[in-house]
Design a protein around this ligand. Sequence first.
Ligand SMILES: [Zn+2]
Length: 564
Amino acid sequence: MTKKRYTVTSALLYANGPLHIGHIAGAYLPADIFVRYLKGKGHDVAFICGSDEHGAAITLQAKKEGISPQEIVEKYHAINKIAFADFGIDFSIYHRTSDKLHHETAQDFFNTLEDKKIFTKKTSEQFYDKENNQFLADRYISGECPKCNADGAYGDQCEKCGTALNPEELINPKSTLSGNTPIKKETTHWYLPMQNHESWLKTWIEEGILEGEQHHNAKAWRGQVIGQCKSWIDGGLQERAMTRDLEWGVKVPVNDADGKVLYVWLDAPIGYISATKQWAADNKKNWEDYWKNENTELVHFIGKDNIVFHCIIFPIILKAHKGYILPTNVPANEFLNLEGEKLSTSRNWAIWLHEYLEDFKGQEDALRYMLCATAPESKDTDFTWKDFQSRNNNELVAIFGNFINRVVVLTHKYWKGVVPACNNLDDYDKEVLAKLKTFPEQIGTSIEKYRFREALGEFMNLARLGNKYLADTEPWKLKNTDEKRTETILNIAMQIAASLAVLSEPFMPFSSKKLKTILALKSVNWTDAGGKIISDNHKINPAPHLFNKIEDEKIEEQLKKLQR
Ligand SMILES: [Zn+2]
């Protein structure tokens, strides 16, 4: 197998609140599964993420709490970094955009693009709050949505219908600072004329062709990703402001730009690059290998609200800069709902990761399993606590856990924990061993196609195969009459258990580790799975249960918590 280099990014998390299951299901768990699998196969992977610490939502939150923007981002950066780590999301680095290295990197980008005359500079009249002496972009202005007529649409987006907006489009606009009707005042900004990049983007997205060469397989991209991009491009790309009048953020690095910062499009995605620089410096690597080498695969994991950002705007910026690779896939997920309703931070309709970890200690994998099994890969899906309980009890405990438990208990009971020899194989044994061999590739192929639900389903089929094999052969009935046969059956069952230990690692790393300890497996990886991992006379350890049942009361508690 040829080893490859990958740069895998997960959307930077906005540091104005804690992490919830919708975030995890969208951009973090699938990326973690993908990366763990690649590493298991021996590939070289940089897994990049961090906090997005700029923007108007943070300055507004700071005003509300009466503290500084820096204090807001310190607080949520720390909470989220710990929650990710405790949940086993194994980033190479969890960086932050308030870091000096990031400011320098983003400013370098701006300067390079400015030198290449990629931007247009334009003065126009924009909304201004006289009382607060501040221009009103994005979240600083709200009004009626021109599309759906909902009240409280923001200057950059209507949260009700999702339409991207300009402040000028709002009906009856008001300053969110003073509540007053704003006046108009002149200001100058740098714009990216996206229409200049339309033709290459179209070929790149629709056919996967870049500068006359096949860059990636466009058919491998998800339908909703291509669809959203096409509707943007077909609607005609327009120029977009790349700077904002705001104090908090990356300063626009030219003389006549006081009080101006880079807008999110020229800030947050460049955070992937600055984070890679920091990680490379910490680990004696060359960051350019991960961003400028054409043999490196770049993959962005995001939610569907970020598609245009990662498939149109960031690629334009990277290509205009020159020297950077473009993503070979952007496997964006749809949204996860909760108990039939949209997740909402402001209404507290969410399951916060740090609270789950507190309430379900040692059961990280139950949530990872649930969120992967119901991942919103092609349409919105729904998380319900009842479904969570039933998947834990009826699948993890009853199928995977039960099989492991039977194998381990019988080995201790009959042979004091020493794996018996594999004697003569009958046809059924051979069939089961042949089947076992096919699983690593099947699961791996699904992961490589970003079909994580399908991959997890295949994994569980291997546990089902193990259960069926034991149920069909009934070694506990043979022990007194046919010792040799009993030995062979348990040896084969033990090989299935060992493959499960390896193949569970991307999906359920905590249980994988536990199982490897039970089976006393050292340094096994993906390429060992499917074969004979455990030798005769290998000694295993005493076993705790791999998974625990979740009782009704525990679920009732969580449902009550939601109603508060
Ligand atoms: Zn609307």
